[in-house]
Design a protein around this ligand. Structure first.
Ligand code: FBP
Length: 546
């Protein structure tokens, strides 16, 4: 592979490890855990992996480790640092015993089910150290949930002598990792399952998982580009830029980018829901700020929109819930008919209130809500052009206000969607270090015989040497939620907390940012240079841990 000078220099970067993982480790078990909610239900569903203790690593003595064969899967959307998780696992198991082997299953969980894999040797690993992307083995969204899939996976795990499988994924994939761990334990399969917290969306976090990897790099990448747009905007002074940002179920990405770049308007889905806002309320809020700035001679600005906004609007949320149940309970019939027939069927069967919301939406949006679901049942919000929809609706409102003499400005718009641009960026130092540590730590959890645990590296706003390493039982993060018409055990998603420090910091400044032009231009991620430039965690993490 041809490499740039930066890539060559970056390949030599040695990620920082927590001090405790540098030598030999011993394990310290804490209190037994309980699930987030619905304890009885979760305990019944996970009799073999429920209630296990939180574990931390402490300095230990050199022991006699046998070689261990480990499998790894990358699951779901790409996130910067995935390659470093894999290199961390590789180095960790080689440290335990030089004859240990690592196998990568190709293109996500499908690789395990269909027995597609490669052995990850040191030559391959060295090619990918500190690089972005998941291309070392590819990723996929196949939902690993059926006994036949688990049994098929076990055949190849046994054939390769694999004792442990690491699943690198978001909340859905780690939920599946937990179900798999429980199943393998229940049949005494002799295969441990360990999860690693990945997603740029930042919504897989709790008191023990401080952040999901990739969030740091992705938000820094988006903030660089948002800053560039803001500078263009402030130079030409003729456009309103509507920028949609990834993050389908939570608005952490948008909030973090707002804290980094101080745009004029930022919408936070969780606030829209809490305030029970309608689409028209949101449009009026934006139009008011546009009109106020115009009255002061500023016909320009930037608006940040979280990709999942539409799902947070309470009326639309109710509509989606009914749609999900309707589709799930008629799946067989649905699979046989075309898109137009599906829409007609939906219109005929929705409750009156939801039918009227459905019919009021622009055709493109209602179509997306009705038809497309990913394998985990999620609406594919990345395909809904919310930024364009809002810009058009604001324009219509301003035209009306113009007729009424309430507004005299000019409103020209540009639209952007930043998501894929940041998901495979070369990991920041934070993500390079955090991911390598998560992987190395996963190897230590494997050596300690753990299963059904998520690799946990904490105290992450301190220098890496002071990070705490250990494991959290995945069942401790679970609750019961309605999915596709049924109650299911799932990891609870972390949404933006409106009483949390990051949101409060944003809320205390947003009126000033709306009125004046207070843009910050963060510039590109720096890999080499002073630590205050290169090693800073996100503002979200800094506020949360302050
Ligand atoms: P994960 O939750 O799997 O990490 O993926 C998140 C995400 O990046 C969302 O922000 C986005 O809506 C979605 O993936 C896009 O999915 P796809 O890559 O399948 O288009």
């Amino acid at each position: 592979m041809e490499k740039s000078a930066l890539q060559i220099a970056r390949a030599a970067y040695q990620p920082k490890l927590p001090e405790v993982l540098k030598g030999f480790v011993a394990i310290k078990e804490g209190e037994k855990t309980q699930s987030e909610a619905n304890q009885e239900d979760i305990e019944k569903l996970f009799p073999n992996t429920y209630g296990m203790p939180i574990v931390n690593f402490v300095k230990g003595e050199k022991g006699d480790s046998a070689p261990v064969n480990v499998g790894v899967i990358l699951s779901g959307g790409q996130a910067p640092g995935g390659h470093n998780v894999i290199s961390g696992i590789f180095d960790g198991i080689k440290k335990l015993h030089p004859e240990s082997r690592l196998y990568g299953f190709l293109m996500g969980p499908d690789g395990l089910i269909k027995h597609n894999y490669i052995e990850l040797t040191s030559d391959i690993i060295d090619e990918y150290r500190n690089t972005g992307g998941f291309d070392i083995i590819g990723s996929g969204r196949t939902k690993l949930e059926k006994k036949e899939q688990f049994d098929s996976g076990l055949v190849i795990l046994k054939e390769l002598g694999i004792k442990a499988l690491v699943i690198i994924g978001g909340d859905d994939s780690n939920t599946n990792a937990c179900v798999l761990a429980e199943y393998y334990k229940s049949i005494d399969a002799g295969v441990q399952v360990i999860g690693c917290p990945k997603t740029i969306d930042g919504d897989l976090k709790n008191s023990m998982i401080e952040t999901s990897f990739g969030f740091d790099t992705a938000t820094k990448t988006y903030s660089e580009v948002i800053g560039n747009i803001e500078r263009d905007c402030n130079s030409a002074r003729k456009y309103w830029h509507f920028i949609k940002l990834m993050g389908r179920s939570a608005s952490h990405v948008t909030l973090e980018c707002a804290l980094q770049t101080q745009p004029n308007i930022t919408l936070i889905g969780e606030e829209v829901e809490a305030k029970n806002q309608t689409l028209d309320d949101i449009v009026t809020y934006i139009a008011d700020i546009v009109a106020n700035r115009a009255a002061r001679g500023m016909n320009f600005g930037t608006v940040l929109v979280p990709e999942g906004l539409i799902e947070f609007i309470p009326a639309i949320k109710k509509l989606i819930a009914e749609l999900n149940d309707l589709i799930a309970s008629n799946q067989a019939e649905f699979d046989k008919i075309g898109a137009d027939e599906k829409i007609a069927y939906i219109k005929a069967h929705l409750s009156e209130a939801n039918a009227s919301i459905f019919n009021s939406l622009p055709a493109g949006v209602s179509r997306q809500l009705a038809l497309e679901r990913d394998p985990h049942g999620n609406v594919q919000v990345s395909l809904i052009e919310t930024e364009q929809l809002l810009a058009e609706m604001v324009s219509t409102k301003l035209a009306q206000w113009k007729k009424e003499g309430k507004y005299t400005g000019k409103f020209s718009t540009q639209h952007h969607f930043f998501g894929y641009e940041g998901r495979c960026a070369a990991p920041s130092n934070f993500d390079a270090d955090y991911c390598y540590s998560l992987g190395y730590n996963a190897a230590m959890l494997i050596a300690s015989g753990k299963t059904g645990y998520m690799s946990s590296v904490r105290n992450t706003t301190a220098p890496a040497s002071e990070w705490i390493a250990g494991g959290i039982p995945i069942t401790a993060m679970m609750n019961m939620e309605r999915r596709n018409g049924e109650m299911k055990p799932v990891i609870r998603k972390a949404l933006v907390k409106l009483d949390g420090a990051p949101f409060k910091a944003f809320a205390s400044h947003r009126d000033e940012w709306a009125k004046e032009t207070c843009y910050v231009y963060p510039g590109p991620i720096q890999y080499f240079g002073p630590t205050e430039v290169c090693d800073q965690p996100t503002k979200t993490l800094s506020y949360e841990q302050a």
